[in-house]
Design a protein around this ligand. Structure first.
Ligand code: B4P
Length: 313
């Protein structure tokens, strides 16, 4: 049994709310929607959908710690703008629209009080993520949840936030294809070992999520993927704990990170599952010429062979 109380489900009117709030925030100038084009770049049996958003370069850059005059960095999630606020989720979270969207209805689940983005997802975070994933914000799409954890993960805000974007149903992401190769059976409570796509050079771990999971089901899966991620980081002598988390109703994915960017292309969790972002045509050309599997491999970590891994479990 689960020791933690399940969060109340999101209201049935959430999809209407997010659509109307999105339009009014754009109209009010509170939300910057950046137009983009898409380019599919095949890599083996995978397709990387690269979003090209040249005008993103104009986005205001948050003051970073290494800037010359160190002053308290503005935290946009402590008192979210009313135009971007959607609703509360339980006592601990709020849902808000992303202020700088390149896909409509991109929203974030933020903690009401400050919590560090360097921390892994807690039991309650996973439960909140699951509730958000149930929302049908765009017909023909499923939601992708992602969490960029640690300084090399692509995160730019230090206040805990889990992000959600609609992804077309017909687009198969890397974890979908990885699972199509089959899942090794285990004798533990999960019943399955994490799997990886055999053609991908960077370490990553995928587990399917059962239908109607309990919070324990989510926690066990996250813990299993995190254990392997931390082992990979440790064995490769990484000085920071940086990883990407991505999840749909079907699966959970974790990948350890060793670099924030390669060739000027910043990669976050969306990139690691097959949705790369190019901020210029040059970046798109770089991704095409280098190959998306090479770009992601350079920002991830090499995988450890199965035999080596088994020692730890
Ligand atoms: P982080 O975890 O810190 O980083 P990120 O998503 O990589 O966004 P970053 O800010 O580095 O943006 P980038 O130019 O790479 O997330 C911070 C989140 O908070 C972001 O979503 C940010 O926009 C949002 N935010 C900042 N200030 C805010 C405020 N005042 N109120 C509400 N939200 C605020 O990428 C630009 C955008 O494209 C990002 O939103 C990013 O998530 C998104 N994106 C990246 N790759 C994508 C892809 N393949 N498909 C669709 N969207 C993608």
């Amino acid at each position: 049994g689960s020791s933690i109380k399940m969060l109340p489900p999101l209201s049935d009117t959430f999809p209407d709310l997010i659509r109307s709030k999105f339009s009014s925030a754009v109209d009010a100038g509170s939300l910057t929607f950046t137009p983009s084009t898409e380019k599919d770049v095949p890599a083996g049996d995978l397709i990387f959908r690269v979003r090209v958003a040249p005008s993103l370069a104009q986005k205001p850059v948050p003051t970073r710690e290494h800037d010359e005059a160190p002053k308290a960095k503005f935290n946009p999630f402590l008192n979210p703008e009313p135009d971007l606020f959607l609703c509360d989720l339980g006592d601990r979270y709020s849902l808000i629209l992303n202020k700088f969207s390149i896909v409509p209805y991109h929203f974030l689940c933020i903690t009401k009080k400050f919590e560090p983005q360097r921390a892994p997802l807690s039991e309650e975070d996973l439960s909140a993520t699951w509730e958000c994933l149930q929302a049908n914000v765009k017909s023909g799409s499923r939601l992708l949840a992602f969490y960029n954890c640690g300084e090399l993960s692509g995160a730019s805000q230090e206040h805990k936030h889990i992000q959600f974007i609609p992804v077309p149903h017909d687009l198969k992401l890397l974890p979908d294809i990885a699972l199509s190769y089959g899942i090794p059976v285990s004798k533990d409570a999960i019943g399955q070992f994490p799997t990886s796509h055999p053609g991908v050079a960077f370490a990553h771990f995928v587990l399917p999520v059962p239908k109607n999971p309990s919070t324990d089901d989510l926690v066990m899966r996250f813990s299993s993927l995190l254990a392997r991620t931390l082992t990979t980081l440790r064995e490769q002598g990484q000085r920071t704990i940086s990883f990407n988390f991505a999840m749909t109703k079907d699966w959970m994915f974790l990948a350890p990170r060793g670099q924030e960017s390669y060739g000027g292309v910043s990669v976050n969790a969306t990139g690691m599952v097959g949705l790369l972002l190019a901020k210029s045509e040059e970046q798109l050309d770089f991704i095409k010429n280098t190959g998306p599997l090479e770009v992601t491999a350079r920002v991830g970590l090499p995988r450890i062979t199965e035999d080596e891994q088994q020692h730890d479990y």
